[in-house]
Design a protein around this ligand. Structure first.
Ligand SMILES: Nc1nc2c(c(=O)[nH]1)N[C@H]1C(S)=C(S)[C@@H](COP(=O)(O)O)O[C@H]1N2
Ligand SMILES: [Mo]
Length: 529
């Protein structure tokens, strides 16, 4: 009442606008949106390049689809029809924009308040990305870049805005105004240019990722042997017996993950063969498939390292394809080539004998993740990845070791790479302090294509003590083991050693990973209270 009586109509509206939003607040909100847009575009670009299966926006979208109650999903489909996914992305964009504006205003009122909001949103995005089935640890990079850049830009904007202070009557004349507007223009330009590049990079990748997500794999004519009871030992902190696609280590030279369209994919078999062959993806899928548990490892895996994983692979035996081509006498190697030009040299015998080398299309019940070689890769039991596990496979050349060299050979690595028998202590973690008394040990051991017969531990170089060896899924997978040991207080050195099924113990000599795989006993120290 008093206010009404006091003010002219002009005064009232001024007071209202100044209370609702003065000019500085408006610019702060705009800055929040500009900073976030730039960061988000950068994050999407990073994802397009390094983890095409999932980006911050598609990760959050996927998580929302999984989390919304069915009635809301039904409503969205009824309301938006086939545009429901676009509606979701637009909706996510609007929510991000509102949060970004709020972050801008908060940050202007109180330094770090808006950045905190961005960080929280970033953690939500990171969680969404990492909980997606198609995720990988590389996928974490994109939300981190997105939020990091957004926060940095927000700070920059706020510094300029503070210098300018648009509500100051002389503001229009200040050079600070130019500084702020220039940053705004730069940000808009980055969003435009970055967005265009991202769209180009992601257009192919996201179409392939969508195709991959919807691909129905054939059922294997020859399923994997069931996992035997007790193969998975019940000790806290053990690695999963079958490694999830998300946790599976990733090694390759590909700066950007190839996104191959299965409709265009072809595999050529050439070289010393009676008949050159070319097959397409549908033909491959129509072949009788086998499914096998196989543990693959990287030659760069240090003793005790984690560049090793076990998965259920689905595909067509390579030997059947090679038999159609008819390798000629004198051939002893197959040079496999990936779409990005990377090559591996695999002994012909390893691809034609009964070990079930696979032209794999499936990994743990789904199509290969893009990062693990979609649509087709090689998996060869018993050989390190660098001489066998070609991802994004496009060609097989039957040849001779004397005539062709693979990618890593001139770079100081061996032309052949059988996996060396190894064992690893996973529990307790190295350097742990544990209470005195019985200490529970557990870990894995592998001798692909031969199998493990025995695992032993020794304490402070004392006598070897045999561990409980769990049954392996097959000789081509790792085995789990466990052993409880009574340890006296103090610092102890524990070593592990595996013996393969042929009776050969693992090599004690410490050798580096180059040129053909590390040897030596995994050795950890444990402090007992
Ligand atoms: N195209 C291609 N395939 C590749 C590589 C590569 O660099 N490029 N690296 C190999 C190596 S060294 C290993 S250890 C395995 C790793 O497979 P993963 O990334 O699926 O675990 O892939 C192999 N296949
Ligand atoms: Mo590797």
């Amino acid at each position: 009442m008093t206010r009404m009586a006091n003010g002219t109509s002009n005064g009232v509206s001024n007071r209202l606008t100044s209370r609702m939003m003065n000019r500085t607040t408006g610019w702060a909100a705009t800055a929040g949106v500009a900073a976030t847009a730039t960061g988000t575009v950068a994050g999407e670009l990073v994802a397009g390049l390094f983890s095409p299966s999932v980006s911050p926006v598609t990760g959050v979208g996927g998580a929302i689809i999984d989390l919304v109650p069915p009635w809301l999903k039904d409503w969205a489909i009824a309301a938006f029809g086939t545009a429901d996914k676009i509606a979701l992305v637009v909706g996510i964009g609007l929510v991000i924009a509102v949060l970004a504006a709020v972050a801008g205003i908060l940050e202007y009122r109180r330094a770090a308040a808006g950045m905190t909001l961005m960080a929280v949103a970033g953690i939500v995005g990171l969680t969404a990305v990492l909980t997606r089935a198609q995720s990988s640890y590389a996928a974490a990079l994109a939300p981190i870049v997105a939020v990091g850049l957004s926060m940095l830009l927000l700070r920059l904007f706020m510094r300029r805005l503070g210098e300018w202070n648009p509500d100051n009557p002389d503001a229009a004349k200040l050079p600070a105004r130019r500084g702020f507007l220039r940053l705004m223009a730069g940000s808009a330009l980055a969003v435009g240019v970055g967005g265009a590049i991202t769209a180009l990079v992601r257009r192919g990748a996201s179409a392939v990722a969508a195709y991959r997500d919807n691909l129905a794999l054939p059922r294997p004519e020859s399923p994997a042997t069931p996992i035997p009871d007790g193969a998975d030992v019940d000790v806290d902190g053990m690695p999963d017996l079958v490694t999830s696609n998300r946790d599976f280590y990733r090694i390759d030279t590909a700066l950007t993950v190839p996104a191959l369209d299965p409709a265009d994919w072809k595999l050529k078999v050439t070289g010393l063969v009676d008949r050159e062959i070319e097959i397409d993806f549908d033909t491959l899928l129509s072949r009788p498939m086998i499914e096998r548990h196989i543990t693959i490892a990287c030659v760069s895996n240090e003793v005790g390292g984690d560049l090793i994983g076990s998965a259920l692979w689905l595909g067509w035996p390579v030997r059947e394809l090679l038999a159609m081509a008819g390798p000629q006498a004198g051939a002893d190697m197959v040079l496999s080539t990936s779409s990005d030009g990377w090559t591996a040299s695999t002994p012909l015998e390893a691809l034609t004998d009964e070990r079930d080398a696979i032209l794999a299309v499936g990994m743990n019940g789904e199509a290969l993740p893009l990062e693990h070689g979609f649509p087709v890769r090689l998996v060869v039991p018993g050989l390190y990845g660098f001489v066998s596990a070609t991802k994004w496979l496009t060609a097989l050349k039957v040849t001779r070791f004397a005539d062709d060299t693979a990618y890593w050979t001139p770079r100081g690595w061996s032309e052949r790479g059988p996996i060396k028998t190894q064992s690893r202590i996973d529990v307790p973690r190295p350097g742990r302090t544990v209470p005195a008394g019985r200490v529970q040990f557990g870990g894995v051991a592998w001798a692909q294509h031969t199998g493990i017969r025995r695992v032993e531990l020794r304490v402070d170089r004392g006598p070897w003590q045999e561990a409980d060896l769990a049954p392996g899924i097959s000789v081509d997978t790792w085995y789990q083991w466990q052993l409880g040991l009574d340890l006296s207080p103090g610092e102890h050195e524990i070593q592990v050693r595996a013996t393969d099924s042929s009776g050969t113990a693992q090599d004690e000599t410490r050798r580096p990973v180059a040129p053909d795989g590390a040897t030596g006993f995994h050795t950890i120290s444990v402090r007992v209270n």
